[in-house]
Design a protein around this ligand. Structure first.
Ligand code: UTP
Length: 292
């Protein structure tokens, strides 16, 4: 399933999470659970399913807890062993050895592009994924696996895109792409957070990127753009002009868990799918709908 060469994934998690205050005053937003698993664990599991062997977390100094979640917790493990609680022991150890975790620091939240650039020495000359931990995508074939399959047919930098309502285009990087197949297009341009009337389409980039290491030299040259941040989109624009970039329209349901509504939606969605809780969550949702 995996391609030699795409063994690394960057997960930028150094942002401030202001859309989720006051919860994120102390708790990193990536650790807020969707049902019983922190959002970022869904992302790490997706990366592993696509054959990733090393995760590079980009964090700020006060978000070390994000990485702690993936480190062995020996006291808790010993406690669960004594109690014979195999289910929970399995739950807290299953990701310990499946992938290597590397940490790099972004000392100031200068933007997503800058966060990715901070990981350049960990990634070196390899192709790599970027996963945004806010964007959960649910499908029987994980989005990253879909992207690998697309890469096998059309090798090259690839970003995941989906159609969004026109009134929301200003929240995204929006692409214009020349269709190649039903789900794949060759990008002609991308605009970060355009006004609705200036958006080239309603196809928005959603938190998954498959990139070559040359993006780092493009990021070096990027000046702060939309909302004063160093945008990954601006470097992708450079890549469109040099190597070319594909836009891949993935299959699956998307939740932006970095905002309150998306977070609630994800909890209901994954709650309904939960092997133990599913029927009760469905019943709860039905009862709420009927009583309001
Ligand atoms: P967001 O802009 O969605 O995250 O960035 P944020 O800044 O944490 O959220 P708000 O807007 O204040 O609520 C997308 C991803 O990029 C990371 C964030 O952690 C998030 O996972 N990011 C963003 C960084 O790592 N560094 C940055 O400078 C900016």
């Amino acid at each position: 399933m995996s391609i030699p060469g795409i063994k690394k994934a960057i997960i930028p998690a150094a942002g401030m999470g202001t859309r989720f205050l006051p919860a994120t005053k102390v708790i990193p937003k990536e650790l807020i659970p969707i049902v019983e698993k922190p959002a970022i664990q869904y992302i790490v599991e997706e990366a592993i399913s696509a054959g990733v062997e090393e995760i590079v977390f980009v964090i700020s100094r006060d978000k070390e807890k994000v990485v702690d979640h993936f480190r062995p917790q020996t006291e808790m493990e010993a406690f669960l062993k004594t109690k014979g609680d195999r289910a929970n022991l399995q739950a807290i150890t299953e990701l310990n050895n499946k992938v290597r975790y590397t940490v790099v620091y972004q000392d100031k939240p200068l933007g997503l592009g800058h966060a990715v650039w901070c990981a350049r020495e960990a990634v070196k000359d390899d192709w790599f994924f970027v996963f945004l931990p806010d964007d959960l995508i649910d499908h029987e074939v994980p989005c990253a696996v879909q992207m690998i399959r697309s890469w096998e047919a059309h090798a090259g930098a690839t970003v995941a895109v989906m159609e969004v309502p026109w009134e929301r285009v200003s929240q995204y990087g929006v692409v214009k792409a020349l269709p190649i197949t039903e789900s794949l297009g060759k990008m002609e341009t991308v605009v970060e957070k355009p006004k609705r009337e200036e958006a080239p389409s309603n196809l928005a980039i959603i938190g998954r990127y498959l990139l070559p290491s040359m993006i780092f030299s493009l990021l070096e040259k990027v000046k702060p753009g939309a909302i004063g941040e160093i945008q990954l989109t601006d470097a992708i624009l450079g890549l469109i002009k040099s190597e070319g970039v594909y836009a891949y329209q993935f299959e699956g349901e998307h939740f932006d868990v970095g905002n309150k509504l998306g977070f609630l939606g994800a909890n209901i969605h994954f709650g309904i799918q939960h092997p133990d809780l599913g029927p009760q969550v469905s019943e709860l949702v039905k009862l709420f709908a009927e009583s309001r």
